[in-house]
Write a protein that binds this ligand. Structure first.
Ligand code: DON
Length: 305
């Protein structure tokens, strides 16, 4: 941990007031209400030490970052059969694209684009008695934190305006790759996206991706060593949609972004780091978040490459 706080403080000070050309996502109206001044960073190391700066203890809408959690639970419950429903290839397309589904016959390219995450929700509904409650319990157990909740206002806001997701879910169902009721699947998907965490909580919840054979405080294991490797691999290749190559090129870590402006990145042997700054670049990824992480892995020489 020693060297990280000073480097984080220095990069934070350098980036905090630079001109940010990005825009806060407002296609989900409730997300547009957040102040674009928020900027927080948190790190948790494998020695379980935390450090944070700025707005690292403010809750925000983690949006697509939650797709790592839904994928993890679906992989735990469904095992390798999961890959018959969703592929593991980068799509090279925007996160909400419908385009490839036609030629791919309703099998989404990967679990991190909206189409793939919607299929993962359908898989989870097939396993869970009370999907929304059970998913929350799962998150609370791995985070060892019972103060994790959905934001009903954000979920409602997306339900009213999520026309592309409605189209995606119906389109996939037409190919037979959605087994449950479309409204139930979408309600679950919108709730999962509305999950709220702080940067500090994000770094704590994702520690299971830095450790082989991680067990929760209750002694339960989450996923196997091989599954951990695979989820990290999908984050590296697909975590930033059509900017995944750019993130890998500039930052060099498995990671995942959300339109709430959060980014989480994992160094499998060293740490989990999270950044939050709500203004997004044109690909839907936090502008300052990417810049911060690029500087961080360069100055600490701690990418996976
Ligand atoms: O489905 C949506 O459009 C949002 N709930 C999540 C999108 C998202 O976070 C993509 N991330 N960059």
């Amino acid at each position: 941990m020693k060297k990280y706080p000073t480097i984080i403080d220095n990069i934070y000070a350098e980036i905090k007031d630079i001109k940010d050309e990005g825009k806060v996502a407002n296609y989900i109206p409730e997300l547009g209400c957040i102040s674009d001044e928020n900027f927080g960073i948190s790190i948790t190391t494998i020695e379980k030490q935390n450090y944070g700066v700025g707005d690292f203890e403010k809750k925000f809408s983690i949006q697509s970052i939650s797709k790592i959690l839904s994928l993890t639970l679906a992989y735990q419950l469904e095992g390798e059969n999961l890959w018959q429903r969703v592929d593991v290839e980068p799509s090279g397309n925007p996160f909400n694209s419908l385009q490839q589904l036609e030629s791919d016959k309703g099998i989404p390219r990967n679990p991190f684009i909206n189409a793939g995450a919607i299929v993962v929700c359908d898989v989870l509904i097939g396993h869970l008695k009370n999907p929304k409650e059970d998913f929350l319990d799962f998150c609370r157990e791995i985070a060892n934190n019972y103060d994790i909740n959905y934001n009903e206002k954000v979920a409602e806001s997306e339900k009213r305006t999520g026309f592309r997701n409605v189209a995606l879910c119906n389109f996939i169902k037409s190919f037979g790759n959605i087994k449950n009721n479309v409204d139930d699947v979408l309600d679950f998907y919108f709730h999962i996206c509305s999950l709220e965490l702080t940067c500090k909580e994000l770094t704590e919840i994702f520690m299971y991706l830095t450790e082989d054979n991680y067990t929760t405080h209750k002694g339960n294991s989450i996923i196997t060593e091989s599954q951990t490797k695979r989820i990290n691999a999908i984050m590296l290749t697909c975590g930033f949609y059509d900017e995944s190559g750019e993130f890998s090129f500039r930052v060099g870590l498995p990671g995942k972004s959300g339109v709430g402006g959060g980014i989480v990145a994992i160094h499998p042997d060293k740490y989990c780091i999270a950044v939050w700054s709500p203004k997004l670049n044109e690909k839907g990824n936090s502008f300052k978040g990417m810049l911060f992480l690029e500087n961080f892995t360069t100055k600490t020489a701690s990418s996976i490459f």
